[in-house]
Design a protein around this ligand. Structure first.
Ligand code: UDP
Length: 247
């Protein structure tokens, strides 16, 4: 087997080109960044947890008919995926007000939104990942009207499924970020990862507003017990998946 070539070094993952064309190998790191990489750190074991949770969730979504880049989890920290060209967008879906939505609009954290809000942010660190309007998306030639509709519909479908899934793990899916890419045939696939790095997850069994946080906000806001929160999410996700597999 030829040595994989590193294609890209990201903040939380590296991407390698393995043996076959049209496949990438992603390696999940323990490195954590926040606030546009101004804050840097390490979350011990995060790579394994995020790779395992993402693999499980992407597989579940694929079973629900949502096309994803996931092929297989090849080791604790490695995921084999279909090669895609990532669309430079962070597609954010929100069920409950938190984070930048509260900062930018003054909405109170924890407010349940009247409908799931889909937002597009430009993936560009130098520009600070600005929020885009649909017309800006078209002017920047990132997506056509049809593609914007397709992205929105797919993101909402993912939300519907994941919100129910997490609810069955006693976890509230507050918001999350998705990335999409196009394969060699131009098919739009859900890509990247779905993990406590990219979702806000609140323990529905916990009322305390700090203790309930089971995601990267523990790192962003120096809340402590980051590793155990990630472990807790993994445990609940894998337990439910096992239960679903047995029914
Ligand atoms: N998010 C992400 N990567 C980013 C920005 C946001 O995964 O570069 C996720 C974040 O974890 C949250 C959701 O997208 O689940 C919405 O994030 P928000 O816009 O509130 O930004 P934040 O204030 O968290 O940076």
């Amino acid at each position: 087997m030829s040595t994989p070539q590193k294609l890209y070094e990201g903040k939380a993952k590296n991407v390698y080109t393995p043996e076959y064309d049209q496949e990438y190998l992603t390696y999940f790191k323990d490195d954590a960044t926040a606030f546009n990489a101004l804050k840097k750190g390490t979350i011990k074991g995060k790579g394994e947890i995020n790779c395992t949770i993402s693999s499980a969730l992407l597989k579940l979504l694929a079973d629900k008919g949502i096309e994803t880049h996931f092929l297989s989890q090849t080791s604790e920290r490695e995921m084999l995926v279909k090669a895609v060209k990532i669309i430079p967008l962070e597609v954010v879906v929100r069920n409950i007000a938190a984070g930048s939505l509260c900062k930018q609009t003054g909405l109170e954290e924890g407010l349940t939104l009247p409908f799931p809000l889909v937002e597009f942010y430009l993936k560009n660190d130098d520009l600070g990942d600005p929020l885009l309007t649909e017309d800006r998306l078209k002017i920047l030639n990132i997506a056509t009207s049809e593609e914007i509709e397709e992205l929105k519909n797919k993101a909402l479908k993912v939300n519907q499924y994941l919100r129910d899934f997490f609810a069955n793990c006693e976890i509230i899916l507050v918001d999350f970020k998705l990335e999409f890419g196009k394969d060699i045939n131009g098919n739009l696939l859900l890509a990247d990862e779905i993990s406590p790095d990219t979702c806000r997850l609140w323990d529905s069994l916990e009322q305390d507003t700090e203790k309930r946080v089971l995601d990267k906000d523990r790192f962003r806001r120096d809340l402590g017990k980051v590793e155990s929160a990630y472990q807790q999410v993994q445990k609940r996700v894998l337990t439910l998946i096992e239960k679903l597999g047995n029914t």
